[in-house]
Structures are given as structure tokens and as C-alpha cells.
Design a protein around this ligand. Structure first.
Ligand code: DQA
Length: 147
């Protein structure tokens, strides 16, 4: 069974109360538990969250070293700013695929959110489907030839 890590970046621990008009009322653990349960028997889905750039890089490197089959990454605002996270993804590219996901449709938001530094090094990007963005992210990693 494939092992997938869902990795969440800054402020996603505040889901539920954070700008619910954009992100909804579900908490991160609600979303993560629902997503993992949905793939029960098909994939082993684990998840984590950090507000810290370096910790996210460590998590990418550890998932790679640990032989995970892929990472679904919501890098939060680091999506738009972090060359270091982009480099971490690039350094595992070809072995540990990373899918970029966002709850909101970042292409329809402020100018700065339309730019993703991580998109070019991810195998693909999914945005705008709320909690289902994570489901679609995991699903994409279970498809054939996503390595
Ligand atoms: C987000 C979009 C980012 O622009 C924002 O900084 C977030 C959440 C999303 O899931 O829609 O923290 O990644």
C-alpha cells in the first residue's frame, strides 16, 4: 500500500476559525482525519503541520529518506515566498513526487497569491476545492505513472 504524507504549512492549524469565509469551518484535524479515512485500505495517509519553514523542509527530506510514495503539500503562504521549500522539493524530484494543494482558488485571489514558487517543481497543482483539494491530491498520487 502506498504511503502518502499530507504536509501543511503555516496558519493551517488555525482552520475552523481562520477567515472561515475563505477556508470554511472545518478544523485541520477534521479535514485530515476525513481524508485519511477516505483512503483506508487504499493508501496509508499520514499528516503533519508546522508553522516553520525549516521544519517543513525537514519533513520533506524525512519523507523522502523514509521512502514515502509522495507528498501532498499545502505550503500556505510559503507557497508564494519560499525558495528554500522549492529547493527541497526539487532535491527529491523524480523520486518523491510532491503535489501542491490549496483550499482556496489562489488564481482568483490577490496578485501575490497567484504566484507559486513551488509549482514548477511539483508534479502538479490543485486549488480551489476546499477540503476536497487534499482528496484530489492524494488521488493523483495513487494514479499510475506519477513518479
Ligand atoms: C492557502 C492559500 C495561501 O495563499 C494562504 O497563504 C494559505 C492557505 C490555501 O490553502 O488556500 O495559508 O494555501
Amino acid at each position: 500500500m502506498k504511503r502518502i504524507l499530507i504536509l501543511n504549512g503555516p496558519n493551517l492549524n488555525m482552520l475552523g476559525t481562520r477567515e472561515p469565509q475563505i477556508y470554511g469551518f472545518d478544523t485541520l484535524s477534521d479535514i485530515m482525519e476525513r481524508t485519511a479515512a477516505r483512503f483506508a485500505g487504499r493508501a496509508a495517509v499520514e499528516w503533519s503541520q508546522s508553522n516553520h519553514e525549516g521544519a517543513l523542509i525537514d519533513a520533506i527530506q524525512q519523507a523522502h529518506a523514509g521512502g514515502y510514495d509522495g507528498i501532498v503539500l499545502n505550503a500556505g503562504a510559503y507557497t508564494h515566498t519560499s525558495l528554500a521549500i522549492a529547493d527541497a522539493i526539487a532535491s527529491v524530484h523524480g523520486i518523491t513526487p510532491v503535489v501542491e494543494v490549496h483550499l482556496s482558488n489562489t488564481a482568483a485571489r490577490e496578485e501575490i497569491r497567484r504566484r507559486s514558487l513551488i509549482a514548477p517543481v511539483c508534479i502538479g497543482s490543485i486549488a480551489g476545492f476546499g477540503a476536497d483539494s487534499y482528496v484530489l491530491g492524494v488521488e493523483s498520487l495513487l494514479m499510475k505513472n506519477q513518479r
